[in-house]
Design a protein around this ligand. Structure first.
Ligand code: F6P
Length: 319
């Protein structure tokens, strides 16, 4: 193996730059050439490649977003797009590719793998919804960003004796919501993994108030329902006048936390070394802090479980 390429795909996540840096520097350490692919699979199809050296990735470990830019590519889902991408890779003498992204990006990576091209996936998404790894790159930062906002909202909730509903991202999963709920001491969390009961929520709010607590905080994952829908349900059923905040894309930006910068550095480096050892069609993960490799396909074929212990914690600690 002489030339390794790296791309970022799907939603940007804090720590992607740290992972790019780790891929490039590890490649150079092992005397390989490193190539950056712009705009994810879109740039792969169009042959938007740029050689990267050690200084091209200097000063980026702490930067949010991705210097390689990212995209969600519909063209890459077609046979024509895939074949064009393969042509570009071979034509540029690239022997291996590191794909940094979520499970959607790994489906694309798997198609390259099935065509015989050596690919390794590095899980980068704020949603943490990728099986095969305890954490994805960007998740910890997104949780901390959301938590900072929720702490500020708590001030207003308590000063005005109000009920606040905060909607967080996460696509079809409740990982961000649950983590934020535990860390902020929220009264209730609504996640797509559990069926929602308006009755149970109203009972909880009633109990909270009857114990003398005058403000409450509900964290809702976007994949379960919108904050606006939940507000309307509470208003129509029990007359609650909730205030809502949708945190949105703020959760995707900013400098990675030390956890994410370290995770990204470990994963990016391990990806290159795994390619060198001949692994293909695999995804890097960390399980119980140890680096792991699992088939790319497992990332979407297995549903990652939300911690029952943390769900119970929200219930137990919000009395
Ligand atoms: O996957 C990351 C994520 O931010 C999700 O939490 C959210 O549902 C989605 O991306 C938004 O996607 P887009 O950037 O295409 O609007």
């Amino acid at each position: 193996m002489k030339r390794v390429a790296v791309l970022t795909s799907g939603g940007d996540a804090p720590g992607m730059n740290a992972a790019i840096r780790a891929v490039v520097r590890t490649a150079i350490y092992h005397r390989l050439e490193a190539i950056g692919v712009m705009r994810g699979f879109e740039g792969l199809i169009d042959g938007e490649f740029a050689p990267l050296n050690r200084s091209s990735v200097g000063g980026i470990i702490h930067r949010g977003g991705t210097i390689l830019k990212t995209a969600r590519s519909e063209r890459f889902k077609t046979e024509d797009g895939l074949n064009r991408a393969l042509y570009q890779l071979k034509n540029s003498g690239i022997d291996g590719l590191v794909v940094i992204g979520g499970d959607g990006s790994f489906r694309g990576a798997q198609n390259l793998h099935l065509k015989g091209f050596p690919v390794i996936g590095v899980p980068g998404t704020i949603d943490n919804d990728v099986a095969g790894t305890d954490e994805t790159i960007g998740f910890d930062t997104a949780v901390n960003t959301a938590l900072e906002a929720v702490k500020k909202l708590r001030d207003t909730a308590s000063s005005h004796d109000r009920l606040f509903i905060v909607e967080v991202m996460g696509r079809e999963a409740g990982f961000i919501a649950l983590e934020v709920a535990v860390a902020s001491g929220a009264e209730y969390v609504v996640v797509p993994e559990l069926s929602f009961s308006l009755g149970r929520l109203c009972d909880k709010l009633h109990d909270t108030r009857s114990r003398g607590k005058t403000h409450s905080l509900i964290i809702v994952a976007e994949g379960a329902m919108s904050a606006a829908d939940l507000k309307n349900k509470l208003q129509d059923t029990a007359g609650y006048d909730a205030r809502i905040t949708v945190l949105g894309y703020i959760q995707r930006g900013g400098s990675p936390t030390s956890f994410d910068a370290i995770l990204a550095s470990r994963m990016g480096s391990f990806a290159v070394e795994s390619l060198l050892e001949g692994h293909k069609g695999m995804m890097i993960g960390t399980v119980a802090h140890q680096m792991t490799l699992s088939p790319l396909s497992a990332s979407w074929q297995t549903r990652k479980i939300l911690s029952p212990e943390k769900l119970e914690l929200v219930e137990k600690l919000s009395i």
